[in-house]
Design a protein around this ligand. Sequence first.
Ligand SMILES: Nc1ncnc2c1ncn2[C@@H]1O[C@H](COP(=O)(O)OP(=O)(O)OP(=O)(O)O)[C@@H](O)[C@H]1O
Ligand SMILES: O=C(O)[C@H](O)[C@@H](O)[C@H](O)[C@H](O)CO
Length: 177
Amino acid sequence: MALSAENQQPPVVVVMGVSGVGKTTVARLLADRLDLPYAEADDFHPAANIAKMSAGTPLDDRDRLPWLRALGGWLGERSAAGSGGVVTCSALKRRYRDVLRAACPDAFFLHLSGSHDLVGDRMAHRTGHFMPTSLLDSQYAALEPLQADEVGTVLDVGADPETLVARAVAALARQNA
Ligand SMILES: Nc1ncnc2c1ncn2[C@@H]1O[C@H](COP(=O)(O)OP(=O)(O)OP(=O)(O)O)[C@@H](O)[C@H]1O
Ligand SMILES: O=C(O)[C@H](O)[C@@H](O)[C@H](O)[C@H](O)CO
């Protein structure tokens, strides 16, 4: 594990933000850099949720609750095992993050943030993904930024992925200092 200090638990990181902001890109690189287990939140959605989004309808709180609980389970297991881990999860609202923290109190939230224009442009050029760009408005409407008492940090996705990962590693090191 690259995060040096001995006797320190590897971090459990939730890479959050709106659809298309770069969660998968950054989370994979970060997990690789820190040699941590990785999971993709879309793999935890019930098929009905994927079908709903694919058809252009945003998920609501009820749709997201079982998915958040399943993700919380993954995080809590990684934390209990002491292995650490990195998971992508939009985690748009404070109360969604509360569900994840209830299962894994030491979760660190890495909020990837970018303008609607930038993210919309990246989504428009992405291929082979189920999420329609038309749902981006609803993602920003639901988004509640991290509050002062939430453990985590915000990174602007104007930078390239390698730079973002370096900044994430530095933020985690500061958190553990
Ligand atoms: N920092 C970056 N700079 C430039 N392009 C990026 C960056 N991060 C991601 N991208 C590109 O933007 C697109 C969306 O990225 P990605 O699929 O990782 O986002 P996501 O947040 O995981 O999306 P979703 O939540 O919809 O699965 C991809 O085509 C990816 O290659
Ligand atoms: O909470 C949500 O609305 C969903 O998790 C979405 O964010 C997508 O699944 C993801 O971003 C893939 O495009």
